[in-house]
Write a new protein. Sequence first.
Length: 351
Amino acid sequence: MNLYNNLSSISFLKKSYTLKFFFVAFLGIHIPLIGLIFTVVLSKDNFSSGTILLATLLLTLIATGITLYVINKLIKPIEYASRALVNYKTNRDVPNLPMHYEDEAGLLLSNIQDTINENENYLVQKQDLIYLLTHDIKNFASQPISLANLILEEDDAASRKEYANLIIDSSSKQVDFLEAFISLLKEEEEIAKTEITKRKISMKSVIATIEEQLELKLTEKEIKLDIDCKLDEVVLYINELLLTRVLYNLISNAIKFSHPESEIKVSIKKVQHQIEIHVEDAGIGFDNSKKALLFDKFSSMGRMGTAKETTTGIGLYLCSQIVKKFHGTIDASSLGENKGATFKVDFELFN
C-alpha cells in the first residue's frame, strides 16, 4: 500500500487509478531508453552496434522486471479489499479500510467499508429487535396465564368477568404489538430498497394527501391544522411517497399529544439550499434533555395520547430512518412538560 499511497499524493494521479498504471508503464518504457541515449551521446567511448543492442536488451529486461514488480505493488489495494471481504465473510472480522483515497480503488475500499459497517449495524438492530420481540411476547404471554389461574381459583362471577376482560385486553395489546412489529419490518425493508436519486415533488400534492388522511383524526379532537407552504414543486433526493410519510407521522404524532381544540402549525419553506419543515404543537411536550430517545426504536419515551391513544414507538423512529437515508436531518425540541413540542426536518434542495 506504500507505493499506492505515495502515488496518490501526486496531484495529477490522485483521482485516477488507471492513470497510475499508465504513469508507471510510461516510466518503465522510457527511462531505460533515455538512459541509453544519454550514455551513448555523452560517453567518450565508441560503442559497437552489438554492444548497444546488448545494452538495450539488458536495460529493457531490467526495466520490464521493475515495471512488473511496481505494477504488482500497485494492485495491493485490490488485494487488500478482497482480503477484507473474505475475512468478514468467514470470520466476521470488521476491517478498518482507508477511506480517504479519491480514485477508483479508493472508492472501492470506501464502499466496502461502508457496506460492512451498514451490514453490522443492520445485524445489531435485528438482534435487538429479536430480543425485544421475545422479551415483550414473554411478558404479554405471562399475563393471560396468571389471569387464567385466578379465574380457575375464583368463585365470584363478577371477578371472573373482570379477569376475562383483562385477558382480552392483554391479548389485544399483544396482537397490536405484533402488528406494529411486522409493520416496522416492512417499512424498514421499503426504505432500504428505495433508490437515492433526485426527484421532482409536488408540495401541493403532498399537503393535499396529508390533509385528506388526517381529516378524521383532526375532526375527532377538534384540532386546527395550519399548513404554511408557498413552495410549488421542489427537487429532493427523497421521493414523494416517503416525504408524505414523514410529514404524516410527524403531524399524526402532534395530534396524538395535543389537547382537544388546540392548533398545530406546519411551516414548509426554502432556506438557502434547503427545504425546512417545522411541525409545532401546544401539547404535552417532553423533557428536552431526553429528546434523542424520541427517535429510538420502540422508544421508552412512548406515552398515552391526550385522548388515551396508544403508541407503538415506531413512528418517529421510521421518520428518522427515512430522513437520514435521504441526506436530511431531524430534530425535536420542547420547553418542557405541557409546553408543546416542535419537530424540525431539513432536506437538501436542488434547482
